[in-house]
Design a binder for this molecule. Structure first.
Ligand code: PEP
Ligand code: MG
Length: 585
């Protein structure tokens, strides 16, 4: 094939996860799984070297595990037994000696030999009914995966160390990977996996880097240094663009930047409808540094501070003072504007080291968020104390994620009181009179909203998870992302139910899921009677602009019609017909 043919313009279609256009060179980050292992033969004279390679990998894994064990905080020590088992397994005859034997006898590469040995062991385990022994078979897989990762060099990628202006191309990026992106280096990114509502795409929007996810096989088609264009608005990726395409996208990019600039000129005005209703427009942040962006884009407070990022990509847990400093920074910058600190929402798609939840078969339904915190009151209390201390410096509200029962609400309040008592005993300044809210993102909380409303000061609807849990759609799975839509009639009716329950009990009802940050869906939320919207900072100007262009009475009429529809498509058609002109579409 000629160079010309190899460099033919190719277009891929994925999920537009973060709007904007970027044009640049591809930089492939390898973070493969270890399922596919290549087999190759080793010459007799190189066999010793291959065995040494295996031994070095085992040593590295042993050191790595030892380091993890040493850094486990005192109070979690009892859970390190499993890691000790893994260290012991590394030198197990069945695994270690047999692999060396296989390398020697079959003259094959170390990773292949290890895979073969592990498959043999797993067959032996298959017929065992004892569940304890069966679980040991998983331990062997974990240990061998670690070794293979060293052998094929697929260590965790370190995005923070990229030193040139590039567009990242990866099979998948975790939220922790994405949060390391340096904006002066990474122009945008694309991945094979992932869906629109994943935390990875949320971070991309917060960072304002164009991103396309769920491309399927982009990493197989794109090579390092290939010129590519990412259009995060439409979800299109173009490899080897022709000069004509390049010119077209340079122009589109300029148009996008211009629209953004023009919207931002009005971003500091209030979000007041033509008939005089004012909505509070707040910003979502993941890292303390992002508060500046919220203010720059016209945010009137922080409606959602996702605190889990201080727990990711590190060993051990942050201590109270560290958390307090971070929260205080945010609170002080915001002055008397509200800062809604959401308590730890880990696991799900944000597993942390040593969290005990990372091996779950269904993490989204597992030991996530408040469930984890109530199981680990020591870790939770540390955070609650830090929040109460920061509250002495401004206007703090506390928000609890993934509530699914009244018991969880009451137990959380009990721990909050207990934390305040501890602070009093320790003589530290704190403020206990803070708004206490829960996220409504699990269907059971929707059904019980009238009861929940009697226990709390406000609701914040997390539409990202509410859609995931109601429609049974993994928010990060590209295969079903076409089904994921906030205009599903069940979602609209649920939000209506929650809003009515909140109003009847005189509490505020807010939305902090991605639905709040889209100008079209925001209109529906306005019509449903939501009091406050919180979104990615960059979405604030467009949403404010939209709110200012219409009457709340019209939004209510539209919602009344929308609630009568029975399919998502009917709602979309109705809304488009009604707002088409306003949107200039
Ligand atoms: C949500 O679920 O809508 C939400 C705001 O929380 P997160 O996206 O962090 O799960
Ligand atoms: Mg959520």
């Amino acid at each position: 094939m000629s160079d010309q043919e190899l460099k033919k313009e190719t277009r891929l279609a994925g999920i537009g996860a973060s709007p904007g256009i970027c044009i640049g060179k591809a930089y492939l980050v390898h973070k493969e799984g270890v399922d596919i292992v290549e087999k190759y033969f080793i010459d007799r004279e190189n066999l010793e070297r291959e065995i040494k390679r295996f031994k070095t990998a085992v040593k590295n894994v042993t050191d790595e595990l030892r380091e993890i064990i040493e850094n486990v905080p005192e109070d979690v020590r009892q859970h390190t037994g499993i890691l000790e088992t893994h260290v012991a397994l590394l030198k197990d005859k069945m695994l270690y000696d047999k692999t060396i034997e296989t390398i020697k006898n079959e003259k094959v590469n170390a990773e292949w030999a290890l895979k073969k040995v592990v498959s043999g062991i797993k067959v032996l385990f298959q017929d065992i009914s004892d569940s304890y022994l069966k679980a040991r078979s998983d331990d062997i897989t974990h240990v061998s995966d670690r070794i293979i990762r060293f052998l094929i060099g697929t260590e965790e990628i370190n995005i923070g160390s990229i030193d040139k202006r590039v567009i990242l191309v990866a099979k998948d990026l975790s939220p922790a990977d994405t949060s390391q992106i340096q904006l002066d280096k990474v122009m945008g990114f694309l991945t094979d996996r992932g869906g629109k509502a994943s935390h990875t795409s949320i971070i991309a929007r917060t960072l304002e880097v164009p991103a396309v996810l769920g491309l399927g096989n982009a990493t197989q088609v794109i090579n390092n240094d290939d010129r590519i264009i990412i259009d995060g608005t439409t979800g299109i990726v173009i490899i080897h663009p022709t000069d004509k395409t390049l010119d077209e996208y340079i122009e589109l990019k300029a148009g996008f930047e211009e629209r953004k600039a023009s919207l931002s000129r009005g971003s500091h005005l209030k979000a007041e409808t033509l008939d005089g209703l004012t909505l509070q427009i707040m910003g979502n942040i993941e890292l303390p540094e992002e508060v500046v962006s919220v203010l720059d884009h016209g945010g009137e407070g922080i409606g959602l501070y996702r605190t889990e990022f201080q727990y990711l990509a590190r060993n051990g847990f942050p201590v109270e003072d560290e958390l307090f400093d971070k929260y205080k920074d945010v609170v002080e910058v915001m002055g008397m504007r509200p800062v809604t600190i959401r308590t730890l929402d880990i696991n799900g798609d944000k597993a942390i080291t040593n969290s005990g939840g990372s091996d779950e078969a269904n993490p989204a339904l597992g030991l996530r968020a408040i469930r984890y915190c109530l199981k680990r009151p020591d870790i939770f209390r540390t955070q609650l104390k830090a929040i109460l201390r920061a509250a002495a410096f401004g206007n703090v509200r506390i928000l609890i994620p993934m509530i699914s029962s009244i018991d969880e609400v009451r137990e959380t309040k009990r721990l909050l009181n207990e934390s305040a008592d501890l602070l009093a005993k320790e003589g530290k300044a704190y403020n206990k009179k803070i708004g206490f809210g829960i996220m409504i993102e699990v269907p059971s909380a929707v059904i019980l909203a009238d009861e929940m409303a009697k226990e709390v000061d406000f609701f914040s609807i997390g539409t990202n998870d509410l859609i995931q849990y109601t429609l049974a759609i993994d928010r990060g799975n590209r295969e079903v992302s076409n089904l994921y839509h906030p205009f599903h009639p069940a979602i609209l009716r649920m939000i209506k139910h929650v809003t009515d329950a909140g109003k009847a009990n005189g509490i505020g009802v807010f939305v902090c899921g991605e639905m709040a940050g889209d100008p079209i869906t925001a209109v529906i939320l306005l019509g449903l009677g939501i009091d406050e919207l919180s979104m990615n900072p960059q979405s604030i100007p467009a949403v404010k602009n939209m709110i200012r262009s219409l009457r709340v009475e019209d939004a209510k009429l539209l919602v009344r019609e929308a609630l009568r529809q029975t399919t998502t498509l009917d709602v979309i058609k109705l809304v488009e017909a009604s707002l088409g002109e306003t949107l200039g579409r």
